[in-house]
Design a protein. Structure first.
Lengths: 229, 361
């Protein structure tokens, strides 16, 4: 165990997960820093990769899941199917372990990882369908706008001249000419951000998904007429 | 019996979030949260709406099932989940939850087949499944004739629909008649007051050269729609009760005729009927009549166990544990087109070895 048993100190072990981008990323944070992490980029296999990654990160640290005192999960925005893998896993761990589950906006995790003291700058991830999920930041800890989903061309005015990070920025150089790494969010950054906020007594959002789009639903037209009129 | 396996099952292949708990063949809890109302205005299940609802409903439904069963999650012998077939995104939510749940509890995980679960659920109603058993599964998603000699390892497909599922036909005809969604229960209700012989609708794939065990409901659906439109075009009132009864009769006549024939051909003396359409009162009555005449014992679970639910998954999971079948591995994936012959998804070698030291003792 990384810390002594109470009452000598309050033991913290945060398990952070994010599946809102093509990265399947897991990290453990002991209240001081990240002690183990794993990131794999594979947009189609979130469901298969996440749990083995959790298992690996715990094994590397010589810890068991029951040592976890809190779960941190990226709430997106992100393509829905993958996004739900992280959230469902976090919810279920929270249920079994009886520990709090904290949400963190995935774009905030990316902004934190970008480590920019003086902005403004933009974080943009790939929303597919030729759109990006994005928000503007004053610095790595301060978001200025609500996360949104838009076509890059439609937000060109709002992001003009600003540096940008994230796969969404790297994908659309016309809109984001000054784009750079990090490309994907890391659970390590998510964990550090959450640990900092929790230590400062800040409340983190509930672990509810930021879909930002309504579900595609084809409303069937009145039944197909099969006889000629 | 206390030494029978205690298993929790999770089902999310379509629009029901189901969590069931069984001990061997005894049902302890069957908690279901349905998003059917959210789909009603679309006239069918919208996959993304279903997936979103599963995520919201999962944890509360697990908690409800545990409370209902009066057991502690720590006492479970395994966690089972529908690995497929079904809607990919919807399945993934359940598989993800089951994996995290099993892992956090340090219990083995069993990814099982949805269709085999529909058959196995009858153990909760009528005790151990006879081997072999013929199964007719009919719902909005499936219409299959299956022969099972061992529900954990050997389920053979004899026939299936070549176009629409039987339940789909009920939904479509209900829509044509402006009766709403889902169509099954409402057509059943109107049909009770109608004449099943009033209109002679076609029986699909019943000719001498047609495949003996396959079904087709597309032609029937078109014929019924045409008939209704002709009435409307002529300015006449559509006799909803007679249309419902005659349409329903055409469906259940073919289903039961083929199921009984399959039993005779294969020398099987037990027929089970499952899936949502098994709740249909006329299907139950006609199957009973024809099975009695043919010396076949009919087993139909109560309607709540026929529709998609977690108890059926738990029932098959418990059977997997009882028969010592291999557990699934932590990288189990949802397979939207899992063949019925794959009754479960066993893990690779040394399934849980990797993480064993991380789990609770
Ligand atoms: Zn089903």
């Amino acid at each position: 165990m990384p810390c002594p048993k109470p009452p000598y100190a309050v033991c913290v072990l945060l398990l952070a997960l994010d599946t809102a981008t093509p990265a399947v990323t897991v990290a453990l944070h002991d209240g001081h820093d990240v002690i183990a992490s794993s990131s794999q980029v594979d947009a189609r296999r979130h469901g298969e990769l996440l749990l083995p990654a959790v298992d690996r990160v715990l094994a590397e640290s010589g810890l068991t899941l029951d040592a976890v005192t809190g779960v941190v999960v990226g709430i997106g925005p992100g393509p829905y199917t993958g996004l739900r893998v992280g959230l469902m896993t976090a919810d279920t761990f929270g249920l079994v372990l009886g520990v709090p589950v904290h949400g963190v906006c995935t774009l905030d995790g990316l902004a934190f990882a970008a480590d920019i003291d003086e902005g403004p700058f933009v974080v943009a991830t790939d929303a597919r369908r030729k759109e990006v999920y994005w928000a503007r930041y004053a610095d790595s800890r301060t978001r200025l706008t609500d996360p949104a989903v838009d076509r890059p061309a439609d937000i060109a005015d709002q992001v003009a001249g600003l540096p940008a990070v994230g796969a969404g920025a790297l994908l659309y150089p016309d809109t984001f000419p000054v784009a750079h790494e990090p490309e994907h969010v890391s659970a390590a950054a998510l964990a550090r951000l959450a640990a900092e906020k929790l230590a400062a007594g800040e409340e983190l959002p509930a672990p509810r998904p930021l879909y930002l789009r309504r579900p595609d639903a084809q409303v069937p037209k009145n039944y197909k007429v099969v006889t000629p009129k | 019996m206390a030494d029978e396996p205690l298993v929790l099952g999770i089902e999310t292949s379509c629009d029901e979030t189901g969590v069931g708990i069984v001990r061997g063949t005894t049902l302890l809890a069957d908690a279901v949260a349905s998003s059917v109302d959210e789909h009603a205005r679309f006239g069918g299940v919208v996959p993304e709406v279903a997936s979103r609802a599963h995520l919201e409903a999962m944890v509360p439904t697990i908690e409800r099932a545990l409370k209902e069963a009066g057991v502690s999650a720590r006492d479970l012998d395994g966690v089972a989940v529908t690995a497929g077939p079904g809607l990919a995104g919807a399945l993934l939510v359940g598989v993800t939850a089951a994996k995290a749940y099993a892992y956090a509890l340090g219990k083995p995980l069993y990814g099982v087949n949805h269709l085999a679960s529909h058959i196995c659920v009858d153990q909760l109603e009528h005790g151990a499944l006879p081997e072999p058993t013929m199964a007719l599964l009919v719902s909005g998603g499936h219409s299959s004739l299956l022969l099972s000699t061992d529900i954990t390892s050997d389920v053979r497909p004899l026939g299936a629909t070549i176009d629409d599922a039987a339940g789909e036909a009920f939904d479509k005809i209900a829509r044509v008649l402006n009766l709403g969604f889902p169509g099954g229960p409402v057509i059943d209700r109107y049909a009770r007051e109608g004449d099943p012989q009033a209109i002679a609708f076609p029986r699909g794939l019943t000719g001498p050269r047609d495949p003996a065990y396959d079904f087709s409901f597309s032609g029937l659906k078109t014929a019924v729609a045409r008939w209704i439109e002709a009435k409307r075009a002529a300015g006449e009132e559509v006799p909803v009760r007679d249309v419902s009864a005659s349409f329903q009769e055409a469906v259940v006549d073919v289903l039961t005729r083929k199921a009984v024939r399959a039993c005779k051909d294969e020398g099987v003396d037990h027929l089970m009927i499952g899936g949502g359409v098994a709740a249909n009162s006329r299907l139950r009555a006609l199957a009973q009549e024809r099975c009695e005449a043919a010396g076949i014992r009919l087993r139909v679970p109560r309607p709540k166990l026929c529709t998609d639910n977690g108890a059926m998954v738990a029932a098959l999971g418990a059977e997997m544990v009882a028969r010592g079948r291999a557990a699934s591995s932590w990288d189990l994936s949802a397979d939207s087109s899992l063949p019925v012959t794959e009754t479960h998804v066993p893990g690779h070698d040394h399934v849980h070895e990797v993480g064993k030291e991380n789990l609770y003792s």
